[in-house]
Design a protein around this ligand. Sequence first.
Ligand code: COD
Ligand code: ATP
Length: 195
Amino acid sequence: MIVVGLTGGIGSGKTTVAKQFESLGVPVYIADNEAKKLMNTSKVIKRKLTELFGENAYVNNTLNRPYLASIIFNDKSYLEKMNAIVHPRVARHFKKWVAKQNTVYVIKEVAILFENGGHKHCDFVITVTAPLALRIERLLKRDDTTKEKIKAIMNNQLPDDEKVKLSDFVIENTTIPNTIAQVEKIHKQLLAKDK
Ligand SMILES: CC(C)(COP(=O)(O)OP(=O)(O)OC[C@H]1O[C@@H](n2cnc3c(N)ncnc32)[C@H](O)[C@@H]1O)[C@@H](O)C(=O)NCCC(=O)NCCS
Ligand SMILES: Nc1ncnc2c1ncn2[C@@H]1O[C@H](COP(=O)(O)OP(=O)(O)OP(=O)(O)O)[C@@H](O)[C@H]1O
């Protein structure tokens, strides 16, 4: 099974692109969704996050996202500790998921890939890019957030030009029809790599 990592900075359009691959029949694993599910269900993760962040990590048994975000996006050492708890468990969950798929390739959408060496576990990597100002504009429209919060997150992510250098494919997410055309082209190339 060919594993294709799909990454990009915050607001680049990863999820939008992932849905386009899905509509072509490609199984898509959204690592962030699975990570959040595991953070709310795995007893080990809950215990470890509570040890790390204190009792406020969960409210009514649900992950206290604003609280965690306010810590980890302002202190890299906490971000790294949280990732060390969550990411290996997501990786194990992904392995089991892949084993159940039956297509030429699968897409793994993951916000943090090169930053933690995750690209080494992918056969190919696609990076989604968009101009910074456009990403910020799209995020301000989508989320109840601020430019400052977005920039704090961006500061923890590898810059686009670094990601592009390390990628096999790049999708410039400008207009939707243009993006769909790029997805269809890459899809054909990936199907041709059937091994
Ligand atoms: C820290 C949490 C609770 C903050 O939640 P919140 O709703 O405020 O933010 P949201 O999930 O929308 O994330 C905002 C952006 O931060 C970036 N981001 C998320 N998690 C991480 C991370 N572990 N490391 C670096 N950047 C991250 C992504 O670009 C994302 O789009 C949440 O991001 C989380 O649970 N993260 C852990 C899961 C994870 O590691 N996901 C990323 C890859 S699997
Ligand atoms: N080509 C496009 N044209 C217009 N709007 C777009 C386009 N691509 C994405 N968007 C919008 O921009 C926002 C961000 O896109 P999306 O959620 O796919 O990004 P993401 O990279 O998955 O974000 P995050 O890093 O926060 O998970 C969404 O509201 C989406 O609908």
